[in-house]
Design a protein around this ligand. Structure first.
Ligand SMILES: Cc1cc2nc3c(=O)[nH]c(=O)nc-3n(C[C@H](O)[C@H](O)[C@H](O)COP(=O)(O)OP(=O)(O)OC[C@H]3O[C@@H](n4cnc5c(N)ncnc54)[C@H](O)[C@@H]3O)c2cc1C
Length: 428
């Protein structure tokens, strides 16, 4: 039996069949095969979700052979792309047309459909998640019907499908609203958490702003990006030392030490903040957003209403200090614009995202549970791709369009072809 595992290695599946269709017709034929044989289908993008979204014993479909730009509409700054297209490759293709995504997250190896399906986001109060950049979609449903949807065509299907973890069917192509290609000047600085919080509103005025808080210290590292017309820098040795050597190799060594000698974790955490390197560079947007992530970890991320962010991060620092959780990974804090996508964590509210990480193989549960309780006390909504323990009762209270989403899901997929056991337990 073929096996498949996600990036963190925590989700392992042994599907009866793994299929790599290269055309829309081949995707359609797989749906027909699944209908005939009574198989359930799960889609996998690049397997970078931590939740068991790709888990199945039946048919797993990867669109890695179904990549590329189908049509570019430079006048309207839009492009139609195949759902399996990797974000990094797409960035280069769009750049050749003089266009780019208005914002991105901190890696670019995900498929575009996989990324939008969990609400993947970057940081910057003027921008929504990647799903907000989708203006049209073509979906192959459980019945084998192909539905085109957008704000003006099959709108309910569109609002349900924009963030839907593959439950509405197989996204075949996506029409994206882009922006003219642009360069960003990226730089970092460090300060005390208290100072960072007192200057938060001013910092949020930057085009892109996020920060890392280093547990067991008072230190934050801010990452700031603004548009620039200056020439792009070449990717020099200083960037390589900061991105690859310090943030990955040295961090990997510290992580291994923490895993095998757990009492060293907190002393190591106290070293990492002060040692965080500073960086500055000017690049085309698709080159500056992603950073290499070579150290494997588990992650939980919550969206909370932006107005509660300061209280929440202070409460999280307090619980780490009080409980002395053995954690050396920084906490990532990001800010995202409100949107109107039914299952988007940012639905109807200006949002802050707080992400906690633990090195693979180290105990994460008590730490994640404590942070999850704090985030939930502020009406937190989980990132769908990242670890969380939310059940239907909690989620239905926190998503105003929960019942609408379920109604459309049941209409398009009454037999649950696109549900696995985890999704069934929450969305049936
Ligand atoms: C190192 C790392 C860094 C990350 N950084 C960020 C970040 O900066 N910001 C952020 O928000 N998230 C981030 N994430 C989370 C990640 O972006 C999401 O989990 C994303 O969904 C993964 O994309 P993928 O292509 O790997 O999709 P997968 O994880 O393979 O799949 C995600 C979902 O999409 C569905 N799907 C895939 N293709 C299709 C299709 N064609 N039609 C319908 N459904 C489909 C799958 O069934 C699944 O439900 C990070 C994760 C990792 C491991």
């Amino acid at each position: 039996m073929p096996t498949f595992q996600n990036w963190s290695g925590d989700v392992q599946a042994t599907p009866r069949q793994i299929a790599y269709p290269a055309t829309e017709n081949e995707i359609l034929n797989l749906v027909k095969q699944a209908q005939a044989e009574g198989l359930r289908i799960r889609l996998v993008g690049h397997g970078h979700s931590f939740m068991p979204l790709i888990h199945t014993g039946d048919m797993l479909i990867s669109l890695e052979k179904y990549q590329g730009v189908v049509a570019a509409d430079v006048a309207n700054c839009q492009a139609v792309v195949k759902a399996g297209t990797q974000i990094g490759k797409m960035g280069k293709m769009l750049y050749d047309y003089g266009m780019g995504l208005a914002n991105q997250g901190d890696i670019d190896v995900q498929s575009i459909a996989g990324a939008i399906s969990t609400g993947t986001h970057g940081s910057g109060v003027s921008f929504g998640s990647l799903a907000t950049m989708v203006v049209g979609m073509r979906i192959i449903t459980a019945s084998g019907e192909i539905i085109d949807c957008s704000e003006t065509q099959n709108r309910e299907v569109f609002k349900a499908a924009q963030v839907s973890m593959g439950m509405m069917g197989i996204i075949s192509t996506l029409r994206l609203q882009l922006v003219p290609a642009y360069k960003l000047h990226y730089h970092t600085d460090k300060m005390r958490l208290s100072e960072g919080l007192s200057r938060l509103e001013e910092a949020k005025k930057n085009r892109n702003f996020e920060f890392y808080y280093f547990p067991h210290t008072e230190i934050i590292q801010r990452k700031i990006m603004n548009a620039t017309d200056e020439p792009a820098d070449s990717y020099g040795i200083a960037n390589y030392l900061s991105d690859v050597v310090l943030e990955n190799w040295v961090f990997q060594a510290f992580s291994t030490l923490s895993k095998y000698i757990p009492p060293l974790t907190i002393p190591i955490a106290k070293l990492i903040g002060p040692a965080a390197s500073s960086a500055s560079r000017k690049c085309w947007s698709h080159e500056v957003y992603p950073t290499p992530r070579l150290v494997r970890f588990r992650e939980m991320e919550y969206n909370i209403p932006a107005q509660y962010f300061e209280e929440a991060i202070v409460a999280i620092k307090k619980v780490i200090d009080e409980k002395q959780f053995r954690v050396h990974f920084p906490i990532e804090c990001r800010f995202v614009k409100s949107d109107d996508i039914w299952l988007s964590p940012a639905f109807g509210r200006e949002s802050a995202y707080i992400a906690v990480h633990q090195y693979k193989g180290m105990e994460s549960k008590p730490y994640f549970d404590a942070v999850e309780a704090i985030c939930q006390s502020y009406g937190g909504r989980p990132h769908w791709g990242k670890l969380n323990t939310c059940d239907t009762a909690y989620l239905s209270k926190n998503y105003p369009h929960w019942e609408d989403f379920l109604r459309i899901r049941r209409k398009l997929d009454p037999k649950g072809m696109f549900l696995n056991d985890y999704l069934k337990s929450v969305f049936e």
